[in-house]
Design a protein around this ligand. Structure first.
Ligand SMILES: [Zn+2]
Length: 376
């Protein structure tokens, strides 16, 4: 009996524990699926469109594409070969690798892509070593020419978010903006060698606004917020002005303003620059999320300036990423989401660019820029 009673007691305890586990599991499942609407965070907002409307899958770009803004992502030869397979699948004929680099870092990048010259072009940075001392440009120009001889056919990505040229590797040019007279010998050498200069200035306007409930592009605004309290930092308009001065002062140098000069919320600013300076181009890299909410305005802007805008990515080398950019450029799809790629909570709309515009953006303008170099 005793034994039986003990067994029964153990069995009852087991049943109780098992039931408790089931109840806890059920509670956690309920917690996952029933959300407190007053505590949903914008960063967790993942709406699913319920509209029954056309959804277009663009498996491959309509025309061959030259990607004018990418970086040295794969770190092995096998990785480069894998990337080429993805490029073939997506319809990317050539990718421009912006290394930011000079010296040994540039040399190792160019060596990695050397077997695939028809698929990649590797661009260098500027060497700012000793830029605070007189005469540094002599060495910097010599390094530029050395990189050119090694195969660099452009410069980039230069970058200034307000405190100076901070992208170049291994030495950054803090306090040195693109229109600084000290940059002139480098920019003129670029013109002489027919090397376009790809340059990122500022950030888009959201990143200068308060990261609060009024910020239209809140999650990106918070992530990329520009801290304007830093001493000596230039604001958005001042940085665009540095670009404008450099473009104006160096009319023989080709400039490619990365990310549409970070003027996505005010494309008329870029339009004025395009109207004034024929040596200015712009890439669309990493700004599809900012352009897709205003498709009609962007369609007319890109159509008007179709000779000056080039395709770029800047967001990795995944096949799905390429497909999403094509869907935005080519289709008239409406109200679709890509939060994980672009980090915005808003829905996207295809720009439905006409074929002649697509051709220019995808490859004709880029070929023109690259051909300029071939004529050298
Ligand atoms: Zn970039």
């Amino acid at each position: 009996m005793r034994r039986k009673s003990t067994l029964k007691s153990i069995s009852m305890k087991k049943t109780f524990l098992y039931s408790l586990i089931l109840i806890l599991q059920a509670m956690s499942t309920v917690a996952c699926f029933s959300q407190d609407v007053n505590n949903i965070r914008l960063k967790d907002y993942r709406p699913v469109s319920i509209y029954k409307i056309p959804e277009t899958e663009v498996k491959k770009a309509k025309y061959p594409v030259i990607d004018m803004h990418s970086h040295d992502y794969p770190k092995t030869d096998a990785g480069v070969k894998e990337w080429i397979k993805t490029m073939d699948e997506a319809g990317i004929s050539k990718t421009i690798i912006l290394t930011y680099a000079t010296g040994a870092t540039f040399d190792s990048a160019i060596a990695r892509y050397a077997p695939f010259k028809d698929r990649f072009q590797v661009w260098c940075g500027f060497d700012y070593t000793g830029y605070d001392k007189p005469g540094w440009q002599t060495n910097a120009v010599a390094e530029l020419v050395r990189c050119y001889k090694k195969g660099a056919r452009g410069v980039g990505e230069l970058g200034d978010k307000g405190l100076g040229e901070s992208y170049s590797k291994p030495v950054k040019g803090w306090g040195l903006h693109i229109d600084d007279p000290r940059m002139k010998p480098l920019l003129q050498k670029c013109a002489e060698l027919h090397m376009p200069v790809s340059i990122h200035v500022a950030e888009d306007a959201w990143m200068y606004e308060k990261s609060d409930s009024t910020n239209d592009g809140l999650m990106n605004a918070a992530q990329w917020k520009v801290d304007m309290s830093k001493q000596g930092i230039l604001n958005h308009d001042q940085l665009i002005a540095t670009l404008e001065h450099a473009v104006k002062e160096n009319p023989k140098t080709i400039f490619i303003a990365c990310h549409l000069a970070n003027c996505c919320s005010d494309l008329n600013r870029l339009a004025k620059l395009f109207d004034s300076y024929p040596n200015l181009f712009a890439d669309m890299a990493a700004r599809y999320g900012e352009l897709a909410p205003i498709p009609r305005f962007v369609n007319s802007f890109v159509t008007k300036y179709a000779n000056r805008i080039v395709y770029g990515t800047d967001i990795g080398m995944a096949y799905e990423m390429y497909k999403t950019t094509f869907r935005i450029l080519e289709t008239a799809d409406e109200h679709f989401y890509e939060q994980d790629l672009f980090n915005y909570h808003w829905p996207l709309y295809g720009l439905s660019l006409p074929d002649d515009v697509l051709k220019k953006v995808y490859y004709e303008n880029a070929e023109r820029l690259l051909n300029t170099q071939a004529a050298n």
